[in-house]
Design a protein around this ligand. Structure first.
Ligand SMILES: Cc1ncc(COP(=O)(O)O)c(C=O)c1O
Length: 443
């Protein structure tokens, strides 16, 4: 290594040489910095040159209890000495059994099927729903409905029910045909309309659609309470209650994609709890392992499980991923659930959210800020700025203020790990304010 080059520069150029980074136009890295991270600790990411960045987006919404969390580290290290992985077809192991039992307790859904990333959970839920109807003699139910602006992952099945043009349009020719219905996003309200009224109006559109198409519709898939990647759109729980009862009335499955919003993100352990409903399929990932290892789970009911239970092999759910139910990932997930239980995380988060909201008053009142909103441990707002490259400029300036923030278009959001402390909240809010002011002044 050339001793004159900083170690950041070295890793940066080696990475750009060989790593094709996700969700990235690689040419942009001719201008945008790539940040090599040497280590993480709690809320902070440290590079090789002694700089640090507050991880205000939980590293793509996965991290709950900080980087290098000693309790999760300990659980994974302990498991590493016993069993790293075993094929889950024909075999089982202690962490996957314990995790499934605990998820059943927490969700009220009795059977747990595992995948790896979030998108694989979406694929599993869609295939299981279709296959359920087929096994029940209703093979015409092949269609899926989702919400406008919804996001469920980027493999072809998941992308087919995703409605984010930037990710979807290029691949449109490869996708299955699905139908998108009005989102209950409260920002779409007519003047004078409350969030609940927006939800009721969107539910009426769902009712109209199902009235005409229930015979050919297998499932409705949605992100409960917050549509994340589509721009942190938030909505009233009434929509979920209406959707549940319409799905029951028209014999259509409800798939709750809680990949981003589960594990306390919206204030309750599951977002669906705020509507008092239970879905037919529940997709979990991201926070499931506290941001440690790729693991996803689809939980479902006795009724669905029974529809596959048969002497005929082909009526079974013949779907698999090599790392399904990985023992290390399950041990991380068990440690995450222990932390929830032992530390009273949901109650503590209510206090943290209130503290954060007090600090955010300066942002809420900022002249460039629109639609400031908060659900649980998610905060978001739009910035009035004509620059189409706003997101990139903001991201870069935020790095300059020791902040990892990745706006979605003109939407700036905070989704910090739950271990955020008051001084880090100050750092986040004051840093964001400074970036906004700099950008307004054109600096
Ligand atoms: C709601 C939702 N569903 C599915 C996914 C896909 O998860 P993954 O990126 O792990 O495939 C995401 C990822 O952001 C998500 O937010």
């Amino acid at each position: 290594m050339n001793p004159d080059r900083s170690r950041n520069t070295d890793w940066l150029s080696r990475s750009l040489d060989v790593v094709w980074h996700p969700c990235t136009q690689m040419k942009h890295h001719e201008q945008l910095p790539l940040v090599p991270i040497a280590r993480g600790e709690g809320m902070w990411l440290h590079d090789f040159d002694g700089n640090r960045y507050l991880d205000a987006i939980s590293s793509w919404w996965v991290n709950l209890f900080g980087h290098a969390n000693p309790r999760i580290n300990g659980a994974v290290a302990d498991q590493l000495g016993k069993l790293e992985h075993v094929i889950l077809a024909g075999f089982t192991h202690e962490p996957v059994v314990r995790l499934s039992e605990r998820l059943r307790e927490l969700t009220g859904l009795s059977h747990c099927f595992y995948g790896s990333d979030g998108a694989s959970a979406t694929e599993i839920a869609l295939k299981m729903s279709y296959h359920y109807w087929r096994n029940r003699g209703q093979g015409t139910k092949t269609g899926f409905v989702s919400l406008r602006n919804g996001y469920h992952g980027e493999t072809l099945g998941a992308l087919s029910v995703t409605d984010v043009p930037l990710f979807r349009d290029t691949y449109a020719a490869l996708l299955s045909r699905t139908h998108q219905l009005p989102s209950p996003d409260w920002r779409l309200g007519e003047p004078g309309e409350t969030p609940e009224q927006v939800a009721v109006r969107a539910a009426a559109a769902l009712e109209d659609y199902l009235q005409g198409h229930h015979a050919t519709t297998a499932a409705l898939i949605l992100e409960p309470l917050v549509q994340g990647a589509g721009g942190m759109a938030m909505y009233h729980p009434r929509y979920l209650r209406e959707a549940r009862s319409l799905c029951d009335r028209f014999s259509v499955h409800l798939i709750a994609d809680e990949i981003a919003v589960g594990f306390g993100r919206t204030g309750t352990f599951l977002a669906c709890e705020q509507a008092g409903i239970r879905p037919d399929f529940l997709c979990l990932s991201k926070g499931l392992t506290g941001g440690y290892l790729a693991l996803s789970a689809v939980l479902t009911t006795d009724d669905v499980y029974a529809a596959f239970y048969d002497d005929d092999t082909a009526r079974g759910f013949l779907h698999s991923h090599s790392y399904t139910g990985n023992a290390l990932a399950c041990s991380a997930a068990l440690a995450v659930l222990d932390i929830f239980e032992q530390d009273g995380v949901l109650a503590a988060n209510r206090g943290k959210a209130a503290e954060m909201n007090r600090r955010c008053a300066v942002l809420r009142e900022h002249r460039a800020v629109r639609h400031f909103r908060n659900t649980g441990m998610i905060w978001a707002f739009e910035v009035d700025d004509p620059d189409p490259l706003f997101a990139r400029r903001f991201y870069e300036r935020a790095l300059g203020r020791e902040l990892l923030l990745r706006p979605l278009g003109h939407t700036v959001y905070f989704m910090p790990p739950y271990v955020i402390e008051p001084e880090q909240m100050d750092h986040l809010v004051q840093g964001t304010l400074a970036v906004l002011d700099d950008m307004q002044r054109g600096r």
